[in-house]
Design a protein around this ligand. Structure first.
Ligand code: ZN
Length: 355
């Protein structure tokens, strides 16, 4: 964790910061190792402080040996004291995370102390998020466990899905299987979209009863050690119709084209177009409404963004999803999603579930 804190501090000069207040839970965990649900980090060039409440003091002490731990009962008094003691002038806060009411109460607390007239609070979004794009070996190991749990659940449950089951039943079987295969929990609400429901990319599992011939989109993920996986497969129950065969082949071709040709240094937009062009050439450009993919890690959606307007550059060792889809109102949808890591020679697929 020391290197991660150093990596954050190394970004201070860009904005002439003297310290940063970390409020986003994933960043708090990434920088300190503390996985509890409440607390702040206040990091200056000379000190790394973790404040939390009495529910978590012991856990924080165990998980964050590199941090000074302080138990507080809420409010901003602790930060006012730290600002005074450390002599900071310019403090960054996570404007992508902090609520307006928290910000306002912090401003009031600073203004309420006449000795802090020289302190300015400035938005500093995305500092830890930038660090999180490239995962270290420990992170990749956790991520792979999360990927494996979802892969194994998908491969175990798909063959036993039959007509007469509801979407909710399939979702529960998948979630149970992911837990059986080592998931701490699920990384987001499981999507099971059968028949016409599959036309809605993020349909919530319902009491819809699956019929023979239905296409089904399943999108799910496991969480292990805080790391999220994200996996989509599309199957047909019984005999697939001609539309399924045709659309499945187009989507799979689009996905494999992107995986086989994406390169280090491309932008998210360029990577997105690798699949989008295949789908557009097949005549279904208007039926692929979402982005090709996204970074994944402590959050299910994180940087880089891999979509039509993303300038994010895909660097060496970046982890992201590749998930093209085609959605046809009244019929259903097909989406195929894997997680890849971008190596020197191209993308390496980390998911192994059968397609
Ligand atoms: Zn995804």
């Amino acid at each position: 964790m020391k290197e991660r804190v150093a990596g954050l501090v190394a970004q201070f000069p860009d904005q002439e910061l003297d310290g940063v207040l970390i409020s986003a839970p994933e960043n708090r965990c990434y920088l300190s190792g503390f996985s509890g649900s409440a607390g702040y980090l206040f990091i200056t060039k000379d000190n790394a402080l973790l404040v939390t409440d009495s529910r978590y003091t012991e856990q924080a002490t165990n998980q964050s040996p590199d941090f000074q731990i302080k138990q507080v009962r809420g409010g901003w008094g602790w930060l006012v004291e730290e600002m005074k003691a450390s002599g900071v002038k310019k403090v960054g806060f996570e404007s992508q995370n902090m609520t307006v009411s928290s910000y306002n109460s912090l401003i009031d607390a600073i203004k309420g102390d006449s000795s802090l007239g020289h302190v300015s609070l400035v938005p500093a979004p995305g500092l830890a998020e930038n660090q999180r794009i490239i995962k270290d070996q420990n992170e990749l190991a956790m991520l792979q466990l999360a990927i494996d749990a979802a892969d194994r659940a998908m491969d175990q449950v798909c063959p036993i899905i039959t007509h007469g089951m509801t979407e909710k039943e399939v979702a529960w079987k998948m979630e149970k299987a992911m837990r059986d295969f080592g998931a701490d929990t699920i990384s987001f609400d499981t999507i099971v979209a059968a028949g016409p429901n599959g036309a809605m990319a993020h349909h919530q599992p319902s009491d819809y009863v699956i019929k023979d011939g239905d296409p089904i989109v399943i999108d799910m993920g496991a969480k292990v050690g805080g790391y999220c996986s994200d996996l989509s497969r599309s199957i047909a129950v019984g005999e697939p119709d001609e539309t399924f065969k045709k659309i499945y082949d187009i989507v799979l071709g689009a996905q494999l084209t992107a995986i086989n040709t994406v390169k280090v240094g491309m932008t998210g937009e360029e990577a997105d177009s690798l699949s989008r062009d295949v789908i557009a050439e097949a005549g279904y450009g208007d039926n692929f409404g979402h982005s090709l993919g996204h970074g994944v890690g402590l959050e299910i959606h994180e940087n880089p963004r891999v979509g039509p307007r993303s300038p994010d550059v895909l660097e060496l060792d970046t982890v992201f999803t590749v998930e093209p889809g085609i959605y046809l109102t009244g019929w259903g949808g097909i989406r195929i999603e894997d997680i890849v890591i971008l190596r020197e020679g191209g993308a390496v697929t980390l998911s192994k579930a059968v397609k």
